[in-house]
Design a protein around this ligand. Structure first.
Ligand SMILES: *Cc1c(COP(=O)(O)O)cnc(C)c1O
Length: 372
């Protein structure tokens, strides 16, 4: 059996008539930048999500950068974020002119540890960027409490957590603003780069929209300098089609995670993901923790036709890019331990039970062979 890490082709075939027709429509309309398709998607995403403003941008990285710039974060400021994420989260802090300050993760839940945030706060701290990693929401009660106490902005990085929930409230509805990526492999993925920002704040929304479009809401009326980071119409049209299926696809991910849990639970060497109490984990990724022989297992699975990936092979503070900060593994013991033991196994809505069972059986047989 061959099991891909994700299967975007299968998903496309399922929605092919709708996608093909919207692509044709955009081209017929020659409204390639802005216009009806972008407006419709922004409106529909905001409505489906339950938020006032949605601003389409070029990608999830720009979404973070634009948000920080328009919240006034810059030179001399510090922004606190997690040690375990994709580099966009921290590189945009630097792009904005501020300094990234990393915090270790919670054991078993893998998101930023709120109990370790407070000790990193000083007079330069301006914001916290919680990342709802793998689809798991951060402890937003504690993070919002800390942010209120120290008057910090909160930008939720929702690139991996479309429609996740904590205490009945969706990821992105807690902070001052939240950013999404629609990179093809994300839970809601375009057919190219795309992203958006959501917020309830009218004035912030207006500023972010302006900044993303050369500082102008109307052509040639540049109220400030900005950047070119727009959601293009082809992507917006495709995303609008996929938006109709996202809640169903999320349910399928959750169901697949339950099946993995069932088939993997009796393997002593494997820890399956824990789900935060009172929350809905949207399982962008299914990351297991292997207490021994992780690399050997990955090689074995590859021989058996099962694709696996590391998210991420090196935690952010230990990347060469952050050598100048002088961090060591001992500064982030929980994240570093996970770095050595994690492994993402195939997860996508269309995954079938027999495939999940096969993956689990391969893992089981690998560890049985080790004991012989
Ligand atoms: C994917 C991702 C981003 C960046 O999104 P792009 O659209 O690829 O720029 C940011 N943060 C996290 C946590 C991500 O996983």
């Amino acid at each position: 059996m061959k099991i891909p890490f994700q299967d975007l082709k299968q998903q496309y075939l399922f929605i092919k008539p709708e996608v093909d027709s919207v692509i044709e429509e955009v081209i017929e309309n020659t409204s390639f930048i802005g216009g009806k398709f972008v407006k419709d998607f922004e409106k529909n995403f905001a409505r489906t999500y339950g938020v006032k403003h949605c601003i389409g941008v070029a990608n999830g990285t720009d979404a973070l950068y634009i948000t920080m710039k328009m919240l006034g974060i810059g030179q001399g400021d510090e922004v606190i974020t997690t040690a375990l994420s994709w580099i966009s989260t921290s590189e945009t802090i630097t792009q904005a002119g501020a300094k990234p300050v990393f915090v270790d993760i919670e054991p078993e839940l893998y998101t930023i540890d709120p109990e370790k945030v407070e000790e990193k706060i000083n007079s330069k701290t301006k914001a916290i960027i919680p990342v709802h990693l793998y689809g798991q929401m951060c402890n937003m009660d504690r993070i919002m409490e800390i942010a209120a106490k120290y008057n910090l902005k909160v930008i939720e990085d929702c690139a991996q957590s479309h429609f996740s929930e904590f205490k009945g409230k969706r990821a992105g509805l807690y902070g001052d603003a939240a950013t999404f990526s629609f990179y093809p492999g994300k839970n809601l993925g375009a057919y190219g780069d795309a992203g958006c920002i959501i917020t309830e704040d009218d004035s912030l929304a207006m500023k972010m929209r302006m900044f993303a479009n050369h500082g102008a809401l109307k052509k040639h009326e540049h109220k400030m300098e900005g950047i070119n980071s727009r959601l293009d119409s082809l992507q917006a049209g495709i995303l609008d089609v996929k938006l109709r299926f996202i809640l169903n696809w999320t349910d399928l991910r959750v169901a697949n995670a339950k099946l993995y849990q069932k088939y993997l639970s009796d393997i002593a060497e494997v820890s399956t993901p824990s789900i935060r109490k009172d929350s809905m984990h949207s399982f962008h990724l299914y990351v297991i923790k292997l207490n021994e022989k992780r690399d050997e297992l990955m090689k074995y699975l590859s021989e058996k036709g099962v694709s696996t990936v590391l998210h991420y092979p090196t935690i952010l503070p230990l990347l060469e890019a952050y050598e100048y900060l002088g961090h060591t593994a001992q500064d982030f013991p929980v994240a570093f331990d996970l770095q050595q033991k994690m492994c993402s196994i195939p997860m996508f809505p269309e995954l079938r039970e027999e495939q999940i069972r096969y993956v689990a059986e391969c893992i089981k047989s690998f560890y049985l062979n080790q004991k012989k």
